[in-house]
Design a protein around this ligand. Structure first.
Ligand SMILES: [Ca+2]
Ligand SMILES: [Ca+2]
Ligand SMILES: [Ca+2]
Length: 142
């Protein structure tokens, strides 16, 4: 469970979630095995944004579970990005619009593609992203 609230995704279409030779791996090469788990991104994002009220900044997440009857726990910190905030300073202002305009119309792989301007992370910086930026324009993250 993620922070005691969110259940992991166990859909076998994500190969590693049901395959122990893939979900128990030494991901960072330090000689200690890690257990990989998958959570629904939308569910986790809305929990952070709506339930915790965090729109921007670092959030510490805790994973708890049980392996063969032995409880385990792990924590990590993730950075929460504020949609529209291309320069990552917590607000959406003319600086962000300027950076966004420079990447507008590009796709993943293009030299001018800017991941930070692809707010819906679909590999294309297009009107959908502009709509997201416009929705937060003038706002400061809470
Ligand atoms: Ca490791
Ligand atoms: Ca900004
Ligand atoms: Ca996009």
């Amino acid at each position: 469970m993620l922070n005691g609230t969110i259940q992991p995704v166990l859909d076998p279409k994500y190969d590693f979630v049901t395959n122990s030779s893939k979900y128990i791996v030494d991901h960072d090469g330090d000689g200690v095995l890690e257990r990989m788990v998958k959570f629904n991104r939308t569910e986790a994002a809305s929990w952070i944004c709506i339930d915790l009220g965090i729109e921007y900044g670092n959030v510490t997440l805790t994973i708890t579970g049980e392996a063969d009857g032995t409880p385990f726990e792990g924590t990590d910190t993730v950075k929460v990005l504020f949609p529209g905030d291309v320069d990552d300073d917590g607000d959406v202002d003319p600086d962000d619009l300027y950076l966004f305009a420079g990447a507008y119309g590009t796709r993943l792989g293009d030299a001018a593609y800017n991941r930070a301007a692809d707010f819906n992370e679909d590999g294309s910086i297009d009107p959908e992203d502009l709509y997201i930026l416009a929705g937060n324009y003038g706002r400061t993250a809470v």
